[in-house]
Design a protein around this ligand. Structure first.
Ligand SMILES: Nc1ncnc2c1ncn2[C@@H]1O[C@H](COP(=O)(O)OP(=O)(O)OP(=O)(O)O)[C@@H](O)[C@H]1O
Ligand SMILES: [Mg+2]
Length: 507
């Protein structure tokens, strides 16, 4: 394969590209990032400290030495005048002082008179010679001392003027002394080798400490980054097990709050998935069962007809009538199922909402159901508290009222009654359907809206219910953003109350 980049045809071998991709992916690893953060956070202060310590050391030590030696040389300069050294040229005290300082600092002291002749050299090699140097001339003419550090050659040079102060000299307002004569200068060079050596020793020690720190910090970073990402690695492993299907159990990695939170969310999703899976399985089983029942009946009916050699026409008629009834039932179940599936998929988006007279609609439904009620000798009562007009999907609301009233008639006693009450406030309309029927046991109340749920399965068979009516009703109510409630007393009766907004709002 060839990879193109910037117009250049660069052909990388496939395995090199894989390695590169893997390396890129590794940079996103939390462990690697943690490792670098711990490593640098611990190491950087250590390196900075060593650097600051060794780089400032020379500066400070040189400045201390400059001032110490300058002070000592100024004392000697005063002694030179006191002992009249410049005229007499010899003094044991002065010689001892000079020797002491030059040996102490591994240095050299040269005394020069105003004529630039060297009066004294502690190295004893230049005495009597003339010294023409910029520093000496500057010291003689300006009469002030100064010092400089030569880092390349490793020494400090200090120029100290030898000044006499005759009696009667005064100090001016600006602080200058008048009447002071410069009788010569002392040029002192002191070596800084010991300072550099100390710095080097410090540096070496620093490097050793630093190397040790690197090793310790490295191990600490590897350990800490590994330990803090360990729960996440375990989490990924457990999730992989669930994904691969090896395990279906909730996962618990509670070492850190973060992994605990991820586990909790994951377990919730897992639980929901399980519930969905179970209900889907149950639904499929129910559908197959319900669809098979009418087919089995038809098969029994057809078989018994075929078994009779000379079946009379009346028998054919009767059996065929039953078969047609079963086909009708099968058709109804399939239609109900399709309506439910469609409602699930569209989730209320495809309502045909129109301003509808609910009173009229309810009356029409009741008129249509009258024959069934008459057959069961159930009285149908309609109480309209006020006239209600709402923007609803007419077909869905008709289906909803039909299902509720149909149930109230079906699950009623002979000579019972069904009362439908319609009321409204300024926001919602309320439709309640009460009956004097068998009622619903408390433990069933939570399930009646489930598909194919029937309280009394054997009894419902003869009544002819499939258990889809209330599921459809609830779905219609929810589509209108309404509420359906049920209260019931077994043996006494049931009341379903539906609350639906007068104005439909798309959400
Ligand atoms: N008014 C009621 N009184 C007593 N039980 C009821 C009433 N309405 C519903 N039920 C119970 O709730 C179950 C579910 O009702 P649903 O309308 O969903 O199904 P169905 O009437 O059995 O069948 P379908 O409506 O699909 O023909 C019924 O089987 C019945 O046991
Ligand atoms: Mg029903």
């Amino acid at each position: 394969m060839s990879g193109q980049s910037g117009g250049l045809d660069i052909t990388l071998p496939e395995n090199l590209r894989t390695i590169w991709r893997k390396a890129l992916r590794r940079t996103r690893s939390l462990r690697l990032r943690l490792f670098f953060v711990i490593f640098f956070v611990a190491l950087i202060p250590c390196v900075i400290m060593r650097h600051a310590l060794t780089s400032n050391y020379i500066e400070q030590a040189v400045s201390v030495r400059k001032s110490t030696v300058t002070n000592q040389m100024e004392t000697i300069a005063a002694h030179l005048i006191t002992y009249n050294y410049l005229e007499e040229g010899a003094s044991e005290v002065i010689d001892a002082e000079l020797a002491q300082i030059s040996s102490l600092y591994d240095g050299r002291i040269i005394i020069v008179d105003p004529e630039l002749t060297i009066l004294r050299d502690t190295y004893d090699i230049s005495t009597g010679k003339t010294m023409i140097s910029e520093e000496v001339i500057r010291g003689l003419t300006e009469g002030t001392g100064f010092s400089q550090y030569d880092a390349n050659n490793g020494y400090i040079e200090i120029v100290t003027p030898i000044k006499s102060q005759p009696t009667g000299s005064t100090v001016t307002e600006s602080g200058e002394q008048t009447g002071v004569t410069v009788n010569g200068v002392m040029l002192t060079s002191v070596s800084t080798d010991t300072i550099v050596a100390t710095r080097d020793r410090l540096n070496t020690q620093g490097i050793i400490v630093e190397a040790l720190t690197i090793v310790i910090v490295l191990s600490l970073a590897i350990f800490l980054s590994g330990a803090s990402t360990e729960p996440f690695r375990r989490l990924a492993g457990e999730m992989l097990n669930v994904r691969a299907g090896y395990s279906n159990e909730p996962i618990h990695i509670n070492n850190t709050l973060e992994t605990q939170q991820i586990c909790d969310s994951f377990n919730t999703v897992l639980e929901r998935e399980k519930v969905l899976d179970d209900s889907r399985e149950e639904f499929v089983a129910n559908v197959s069962h319900e669809l098979k029942t009418p087919i089995t009946s038809m098969k029994v009916l057809a078989d018994s007809l075929l078994a009779q050699e000379d079946a009379p026409v009346e028998m054919y008629r009767e059996f065929m009538g039953d078969i047609a009834g079963e086909i009708e039932r099968e058709n109804r179940i399939i239609n109900d199922l399709l309506t439910l599936v469609r409602a699930d998929r569209q989730a209320g988006t495809e309502l045909e909402v129109r301003e509808t007279d609910i009173n009229k609609l309810t009356e029409t439904v009741l008129k249509r159901l009258k024959p069934i009620a008459v057959k069961k000798d159930v009285e149908l009562i309609f109480e309209s508290v006020r006239s209600v007009s709402a923007s609803v999907d007419e077909v869905k609301i008709t289906q909803m009222i039909t299902n509720l009233v149909e149930n109230a008639i079906k699950y009623n006693k002979d000579h019972g009654w069904v009362r439908v009450v319609l009321d409204a406030d300024h926001q919602n309309f309320f439709l309640s359907v009460s009956d004097s029927g068998v009622g619903i046991p408390e433990e069933s109340l939570a399930h009646i809206y489930e598909r194919f749920y029937r309280v009394d399965k054997s009894h419902s068979r003869e009544i002819g219910g499939t258990g889809l009516g209330l599921a459809l009703t609830r779905s219609a109510v929810i589509m209108h953003h309404g509420i359906i409630e049920c209260s019931s007393k077994p043996g006494e009766g049931t009341t379903f109350t539906v609350t639906i907004p007068l104005i439909y709002r798309k959400i």
